[in-house]
Design a protein around this ligand. Structure first.
Ligand SMILES: Nc1ncnc2c1ncn2[C@@H]1O[C@H](COP(=O)(O)OP(=O)(O)OP(=O)(O)O)[C@@H](O)[C@H]1O
Ligand SMILES: [Mg+2]
Length: 253
C-alpha cells in the first residue's frame, strides 16, 4: 500500500442551505496528498479554505463525494470514530493557539496524549520532549499568558507534535503574529517537513503559501490550481493581480 495517499478528496462538495439559496462551499474538489509533502491551501476570504480544513481535520464530513484519510473513508464515520481518527492521525495548529489558560505548558502539550489514554509518566516525558523541540522546555511550568504570542504558538506546535501525527494541519498559523515571529513559526513548519512530516498549511496569504512545495488554490469553492509553488499561476489573483510575494502585510478579514 506504498502508494496510498495520506489524504484524498474524491469529488468532494460541501453544500449549505441558506433559506432557498444553496451555497456550494466546496465544489467538486479532488486531490491527493502523499506522505512527506508540504502543501498550502490558499484562496481569498470565502473561497472554501475553512470548509476544506474542517473536512481534512475530520471536524465535518462532505455532503457529496468521498474523503479518505490514511486509506479510510471518513465520510462514513460516526462522531466517535471521527474523534478517534482525528486524535490518531492529525495534529492541529490554529491561528489563536487555543491553549488552556489555567494549565501550564506541559499540561497543555500532554492533552492529546490524555485523550489517547497514554499514562502520566510517559505523557510528561513526551510533553517535555515536544516542548524541547520548539525551544521551550525550561518554561514547562509557566502559564500560557506568561509567554509572548510567538512562544504560545510554539507551544501549540509542540501540542500538535506530541502524538506523532501523520499530518500536521495548520490553519493561518501566523495570522496573529508580527511578520518576524510569523517567519520563525514558518521556519519550524519547514523544519518539520524536512524531518519527514506531512504538513498542510491553510492561508489566505500568498507569501506564506509560497513557503510550501505545492499549492492548491481555491476560488469560489473550486480548486483552480494544483501544482508547484514556484509557478506564477499558483498565485494569479483575478481581482487584484497579486503574485507570489505580495500580501505579506495584508489585512486580516
Ligand atoms: N455554516 C455555514 N452556513 C452557510 N454558509 C457557510 C457556512 N460556512 C461557510 N459558508 C459559506 O461557504 C463559503 C466558504 O466559506 P469558508 O469559511 O470555507 O471560506 P474561507 O476560505 O475559510 O474564508 P476566510 O478566509 O474568510 O476564513 C462562504 O461563501 C461562506 O459564506
Ligand atoms: Mg476560513
Amino acid at each position: 500500500m506504498e502508494n496510498t495517499p495520506l489524504i484524498e478528496f474524491r469529488d468532494v462538495s460541501k453544500i449549505y442551505h441558506m433559506g432557498d439559496e444553496i451555497i456550494r462551499a466546496a465544489d467538486h474538489i479532488s486531490f491527493k496528498i502523499y506522505k512527506g509533502e508540504f502543501i498550502a491551501i490558499v484562496g481569498q476570504s470565502g473561497s472554501g479554505k475553512s470548509t476544506c480544513m474542517n473536512i481534512i481535520g475530520c471536524l465535518d464530513v462532505p455532503s457529496e463525494g468521498e474523503y479518505f484519510l490514511g486509506g479510510k473513508n471518513v465520510g462514513k464515520m460516526n462522531t466517535n470514530q471521527l474523534a478517534e481518527i482525528r486524535n490518531e492521525m492529525l495534529g492541529f495548529i490554529f491561528q489563536q493557539y487555543n491553549l488552556l489558560p489555567k494549565l501550564n505548558l506541559e499540561e497543555n502539550v500532554e492533552m492529546p496524549l490524555m485523550y489517547a489514554g497514554v499514562g502520566k509518566a510517559e505523557r510528561l516525558k513526551r510533553a517535555i520532549e515536544a516542548l524541547a523541540s520548539v525551544g521551550l522546555a525550561e518554561k514547562a511550568k509557566h502559564l500560557p499568558n506568561q509567554l509572548s504570542g510567538g512562544q504560545q504558538q510554539r507551544v501549540s506546535i509542540a501540542r500538535a507534535l506530541v502524538g506523532h501525527p501523520s499530518v500536521i494541519l495548520a490553519d493561518e498559523p501566523t495570522g496573529a503574529l508580527d511578520s518576524k515571529t510569523g517567519r520563525d513559526v514558518l521556519k519550524i513548519l519547514q523544519e518539520l517537513h524536512k524531518a519527514g512530516n506531512t504538513v498542510v498549511l491553510i492561508t489566505h496569504d500568498n507569501s506564506i503559501a509560497a513557503t510550501a512545495q505545492r499549492i492548491i488554490r481555491l476560488e469560489d469553492g473550486r480548486a483552480v490550481y494544483d501544482g508547484p509553488s514556484d509557478n506564477p499561476d499558483a498565485f494569479v489573483h483575478s481581482e487584484f493581480g497579486m503574485h507570489a510575494g505580495d500580501g505579506a502585510e495584508e489585512e486580516e478579514e
